[in-house]
Design a protein around this ligand. Structure first.
Ligand code: R5P
Length: 282
């Protein structure tokens, strides 16, 4: 697919070629090559700085919160991958005795692939800490989670932990929800009820709700728990009492869980582009 800047450049290239002045075409082609190189390298730089930010937040959280002989909740998403890598490094280097409780299919695989001890809530109903990513964190440490379709098991595991620690890159750090993240609040619902739930939330709180569709499958995303996800694009210019909103949505029959995590996170680490880390909470 041609990007918009390329679509703008190509007609220029053709027009000049049609004049029969190949030199001109060459200049345009050269400029275009320079444009491509700069644009690809700035996209790569941004991606690298985001990865560095995720990594530094994850490493710091693990180093400060993961202690020997403890039970640790393992969240889901791309930032958590770095936390698991760091946990595995420390287990190897320091001989830490840990039991890891997954919050998703992905987390379970990460635990197994990194040779960590896999546990469950049946044998370990109380966790020392849970480390997880977030899609957005506001000034009061209210979180949006579930951008990757995982929220129900994450909330259960976080609720069983003495400390719930969030790791994120700088793009997730907001004053108010919706400031950075524009994909809405995920709401996990029982499939048969998605239409009435969608209509009720829209009527009560405004905004719009969309059934999340799968990308490499026809039809909707199905969560690890066999449910659907509605993404609620709330009105972000309104002041919402997220605790009240969350409670009210949870009362609608068929709602399984929301991606609003209110009053749960104790600490958030935000990795910055330069590799430093800022903190919120205590
Ligand atoms: O559904 C996914 C989880 O809630 C993730 O923790 C959240 O989306 C953040 O993921 P990432 O670390 O990839 O930004």
């Amino acid at each position: 697919m041609l990007g918009r800047p390329l679509r703008r450049l190509l007609p220029a290239l053709f027009v000049h070629s049609n004049t029969g002045k190949p030199a001109l075409g060459l200049i345009v082609a050269k400029d275009y090559q320079r444009f491509l190189t700069t644009s690809v390298s700035s996209t790569n730089d941004k991606r690298m700085s985001l990865e560095a930010a995720k990594r530094s937040a994850a490493y710091k959280a693990v180093d400060e919160y993961v202690k020997d002989d403890t039970v640790v909740g393992i969240g889901s998403g791309s930032t958590v991958v770095y936390a698991v890598l760091r946990i595995a490094e420390r287990v190897k280097a320091e001989g830490l005795q840990l039991v890891c409780i997954p919050t998703s299919f992905q987390a379970r695989q990460l635990i197994i692939e990194n040779g960590l001890v896999l546990g469950d809530l049946e044998s370990n109903p109380q966790l020392d800490c849970a480390i997880d990513g977030a899609d957005e964190v506001d000034a009061q440490m209210v979180l949006i989670k579930g951008g990757g379709g995982c929220l129900l098991q994450e909330k259960i595991v976080a609720s069983c932990a003495d400390r719930f620690v969030v790791i994120a890159d700088y793009t997730k750090d907001s004053t108010r929800l919706g400031q950075q993240y524009d994909k809405g609040i995920p709401i996990e619902v029982v499939p048969m009820a998605y239409v009435p739930i969608r209509d009720r939330i829209g009527a009560s709180f405004g905004g719009s709700l969309k059934l999340r569709m799968a990308i490499a499958k026809a039809g909707p995303v199905v969560t690890d728990n066999g449910n659907f996800i509605l993404d609620w694009h709330f009105e972000d210019d309104k002041d919402h009492d997220w605790d009240a909103v969350n409670r009210e949505i949870m009362m609608i029959p068929g709602v399984v869980e929301t991606g609003l995590f209110v009053g749960m996170a104790n600490k958030a680490y935000f990795g910055q582009a330069d590799g430093s880390v800022t903190e919120r909470g205590s």
